[in-house]
Design a protein around this ligand. Structure first.
Ligand code: S3P
Length: 169
């Protein structure tokens, strides 16, 4: 039976942590799109951005998403920007159940400390696309399009995974 659970949401909402727990609970393989991109390119995400830029990253991200979704059973943690492309959102919605992890801005700002920021090129101080707050404001509209939403602000990863499980089962 085909069973694909796809997690989306802003950076720092816990897609990877929750995805792993959820996969374990459901007995499904877990995949993380960013990790697959790093494995395939041999570069970390910040290295890839620095060398090739965001446009190239988005192309590769979309291409790898299509490939990964050939798998019939998995929990997939996408990158926070993957579903910004309408085409990717529709693909995911056709392929399986898409769940958006949300989080209050204040909690997100606390979670995304300096170390977490350094893994994320779009949160670097010199990002021309704006600050975390600006990015968050702009993206909210896109995340709102996702039917299933789970607020992660005051829940542990285990509790979030259980909530998602309740939705998808
Ligand atoms: C991005 C989110 C990152 C990573 C890249 C771009 C985004 O993934 O794909 O830095 O545009 O929101 P996480 O959401 O796992 O941090």
């Amino acid at each position: 039976m085909t069973q694909r659970i796809i997690l989306t949401g802003f950076m720092g909402t816990g897609k990877t942590t929750v995805g792993k727990l959820l996969a374990e609970k459901m007995g499904l393989p877990f995949m993380d799109l960013d990790e697959e991109i790093s494995r395939c390119t041999g570069q970390s995400i910040p290295e890839f951005f620095a060398q090739w830029g965001e446009a190239a990253f988005r192309e590769l991200e979309s291409q790898m998403l299509r490939e990964i979704l050939r798998q019939e059973r998995l929990v997939l943690a996408t990158g926070g920007g993957t579903l910004l492309r309408d085409e990717n959102r529709k693909l995911c919605e056709q392929a399986g159940t898409v769940v958006c992890l949300t989080c209050d801005l204040e909690v997100l700002q606390r979670r995304l400390d300096n170390k977490e920021m350094s893994y994320r090129p779009l949160l670097m101080n010199d990002n021309p696309k704006g600050t975390l707050v600006e990015l968050w404001e702009r993206r909210r509209e896109v995340y709102r399009k996702i039917f299933w939403q789970v607020d992660t602000s005051s829940k542990s990863p285990q509790q979030i995974a259980d909530t998602v499980l309740g939705l998808v089962n």
